[in-house]
Design a protein. Sequence first.
Length: 116
Amino acid sequence: QVQLVESGGGLVQPGGSLRLSCAASRSIFSFYRMGWYRQAPGKQRELIAGFTIGGTTDYVDSVKGRFTISTDSTKNTLYLQMNSLKIEDTANYYCNAIDQLNGHYWGQGTQVTVSS
């Protein structure tokens, strides 16, 4: 059973920064792809940043240039550095991983609130 544990959410003012972490219970090299999703109240969950093991990254337009996805294989951890945060970034953020057998795994989510 794969576990993904997110941390790093919180309350931040507009223009501020946060770094989310997603610690996996096994090597990130066992996954084909990892990513960050978010879900705001009343909205569908959306993929905002993806990382394919092999180094390819992709971002939704609304976060390009502000968010950066990265990994630390020594810690089996996925990160999301979020800069220049906006009120509309407020959401619950989820880590996702897909393994070589197309198994999908989710973390429990971490809340990010951007407010003055």
